[in-house]
Design a protein around this ligand. Structure first.
Ligand code: GDP
Length: 453
């Protein structure tokens, strides 16, 4: 499976990287799902421009998130280090296919811009120079200075107003590597990526799994000693463990900062059907765990949870029921999240981890016939009819499952405006109860359709 190209937005602080990112990726800066108690910054997103798909990463966001992560370890000095943009630049340079180098035309060139430029020149990765904050065509600011950076003609843009961002994307697309054919999706092959904060035991769990199962090195790029992906047989079922090299590679190689791991995990996620989310039982559920799982569902992936290091818990805390309650609350954005309480160290329940991931993959591939689906919907509507809104009532004409890879249910109704959030939730829950989908994000859409159609 090929991976989408990556475009990194790089520059010194305060030049407007995050605003530009938002412009290009669209949508709001922060992802807020208050019901799920989930707020975080978006820093990675997909762009489709003139038929080319690619991912964009905001290195400022990456820095902020890494800093937050480091702070949780109560290590102020490392947090400060993480805020150093140079590290974001280095990391982006390693992974990116094209770089958007952002400078500020109103401030003019600074020594920090030149530092970034030096790093970029050494990398030999194609660079598009974006001269941001060019709000007024009459006032070019310090545009002329930007030529000296050695990346050709700077393109004046305004992330604030959105001006020239189309031209910017045109230049980016020209520099992307040629599009590869994305391998046809093979429903017989399930791919799983292991996600989680540093030190929760991802690498140990991987080794424990590989020690148990028959594993083959998948014929994918990488070396035999450090395969990018590994194929494991669970019974007769092949499972691709995505980016095993990334799981083993320690973030500490980059001066103790986890940027690299974080970015690499996002990219691995893209190629996976299911994310195996690993948390540390002794540390409990942290906000960062919720964030990472949030990325996975948002990307439309199935999620299964491994509560690792179970051996470290005192006997009185080894209480599945209490954990289950906490998990349902803290991960309520993933209804029915399946869980295994495991220990990579002792081998406890390690054998259950991949079968759990397989179940989620199956649920994600499930296709419900229109007949079955409409029986469920009719019963749901009959037992709890939609409440009146402004003296009008929602009428569900019929529902059908779309053909998308992420399960999508489309309701055809008299007027989508009448489908209140809580009623949508109700219908979703009914469908989940009857048809499964534990750990799988469901997209629910409402379309209008004339009643006499
Ligand atoms: P990663 O950064 O998530 O890949 O975490 P590692 O696999 O490197 O593990 C981090 C530390 O936790 C190492 O010292 C491991 O030996 C330890 N560890 C991993 N799994 C377990 C476990 O199940 N129980 C205990 N007690 N320690 C574990």
């Amino acid at each position: 499976m090929s991976q989408l190209p990556l475009v990194a937005i790089v520059g010194r602080p305060n030049v407007g990287k995050s605003s530009l990112f938002n412009r290009l990726v669209g949508g709001r800066r922060a992802i807020v799902d208050e019901e799920a108690g989930l707020t975080r910054d978006r820093l990675y997103g997909k762009v489709d421009w003139r038929g080319r798909d690619f991912n964009v990463v905001d290195t400022a966001g990456l820095d902020a998130q890494a800093a937050q992560l480091e702070r949780r370890r109560d290590d102020a000095m490392r947090a400060e280090l993480a805020e150093n943009t140079q590290r974001g630049t280095m990391m982006a340079v390693e992974e990116a296919d094209v770089i958007i180098f952002v400078v500020d035309v109103r401030a003019g060139l600074t020594a920090a811009d030149e530092d970034v430029a030096r790093t970029l020149r050494r990398s030999k990765i194609p660079v598009v120079l974006a001269a941001n904050k060019s709000e007024s065509p009459k006032d070019p600011g310090y545009l002329h200075e930007m030529y000296s950076l050695g990346f050709g003609e700077p393109l004046p843009v305004s992330a604030l107003q959105g001006s020239n961002t189309g031209d910017l994307l045109d230049r980016v697309v020209e520099l992307l590597p040629p599009a590869e054919d994305v391998e046809a999706l093979d429903p017989g092959r399930v791919s799983v990526c292991i996600l989680g904060r540093p030190n929760v035991g991802k690498s140990s769990l991987l080794n424990a799994i590989l020690g148990r199962e028959r594993s083959l090195v998948a014929a994918l790029p990488g070396t035999t000693r450090d395969p990018v992906d590994t194929e494991v047989m669970v019974g007769e079922q092949p499972i691709i463990l995505v980016d095993t090299a990334g799981i083993r590679r320690k973030g500490v190689t980059k001066g103790g900062i986890e940027h690299y791991t974080l970015l690499r995990a996002f990219r691995a996620l893209e190629r996976a059907d299911v994310a195996l989310m690993v948390i540390d039982a002794a540390e409990g559920i942290r906000a960062q765990d919720q964030h990472i799982a949030g990325y996975a569902t948002e990307a439309g992936k199935g999620v299964a949870l491994v509560v690792n290091k179970w051996d470290l818990l005192p006997a009185e805390d080894r209480d599945d029921a209490a954990w289950r309650t906490r998990i349902s609350k803290d991960f309520q954005f993933i209804p029915g999240l399946p869980v295994v309480y495991a220990s990579a160290l002792s081998g406890r329940h390690v054998k259950d981890v991949l079968p759990m991931a397989l179940q989620v993959a199956e649920a994600r591939n499930r296709r419900i016939s229109t007949g079955e689906l409409n029986r469920t919907v009719r019963e749901a509507v009959a037992s709890f009819p939609p409440p009146l809104r402004k003296s009008r009532q929602l009428k569900v004409l019929y529902a059908t499952q779309g053909r998308e890879r992420t399960p999508t249910i489309i309701f055809f109704v008299n007027d989508p405006e009448l489908a209140h959030f809580s009623y949508r939730r109700y219908l979703e829950n009914r469908i989940r109860e009857v048809h499964g989908f534990a750990g799988v994000p469901l997209r629910i859409l409402f379309r209008s359709r004339d009643e006499d159609d």
